[in-house]
Design a protein around this ligand. Structure first.
Ligand code: ZN
Length: 237
């Protein structure tokens, strides 16, 4: 029985290890997807700022063109002064010139403030792009690490399954059936140690006679309280 118990303990260890590996294996892709979503979000954020910058640049080109047109119109209007015949006409052209000058000057002011805005935005885009690049590197590193871990987990899980299978071959069918039954009922922990008449599964005392039997290790002993398989563990050693 001692040997069978040792095999059961080993089997439980192996199955518990397989359980942790399986949980991690399930969790990793979730973490990876989360990481990817965050990276994409950051990327989209940078893209939005870049688009804004493009818009501003286009607005600047438009305003430059408008100013050029305004300056040409102003020049043409000034040229017209040479051809005017009457004072009234002269005054009217002067008025027009004044209006165009004011419009052009307003346009120049707009361009200057646009240039300031562009300057700030260009710096912001540069910073965001640098951040994105660093984040991209981190993301790729993490991704590689996680992918590597995932594939090594597959291997580890295989080893656990194989070892569990080998252990099961050496455990008697009755005991194995009992173990599986308790394991399913107790969420994985079917075999627990017992020391000084206390079951390590439920922390309750077991009857002295049963404890004596347990120490002899002649039969499979079940804790009368939590119904787990118990084994005597000499903690003095
Ligand atoms: Zn117990």
């Amino acid at each position: 029985m001692r040997e069978q118990l040792a095999l059961l303990i080993e089997l439980q260890k192996m199955e518990s290890k397989a359980g942790s590996i399986a949980a991690r294996k399930k969790d990793l892709p979730v973490q990876l997807a989360d990481l990817e979503a965050k990276f994409k979000e950051h990327h989209a954020g940078v893209e939005t700022v870049r688009e804004h910058l493009e818009e501003l640049r286009k607005r600047r080109r438009d305003k430059d063109n408008q100013l050029r047109t305004g300056q040409e119109t102003l020049k043409r209007t000034r040229d017209r002064l040479l051809d005017v015949k009457t004072n009234k006409e002269y005054q009217s052209v002067l008025k027009e010139i004044e209006t165009f000058e004011s419009k052009n000057s307003h346009m120049e002011d707009e361009i200057i403030s646009l240039l300031d805005e562009l300057d700030l935005l260009e710096k912001a885009v540069k910073t965001r792009e640098e951040e994105l690049e660093a984040q991209s590197r981190r993301y790729e590193e993490e991704k590689t690490k996680m992918t590597d871990e995932l594939s090594s987990l597959v291997g580890e899980l295989d080893v656990c399954t194989r070892k569990s299978g080998e252990l099961k071959k050496n455990i008697s069918a009755d005991i194995l059936r009992k173990y599986e039954q308790i394991k399913n009922a107790k969420r994985g922990v079917a075999v627990v140690s017992c020391w000084k008449e206390v079951c390590n599964g439920c922390h309750m005392s077991i009857p002295p006679q049963l404890y004596n039997e347990l120490q002899k290790s002649m039969a499979l002993v079940i804790c009368p309280n939590c119904s787990r398989i118990i084994y005597w563990e000499n903690k003095k050693n």
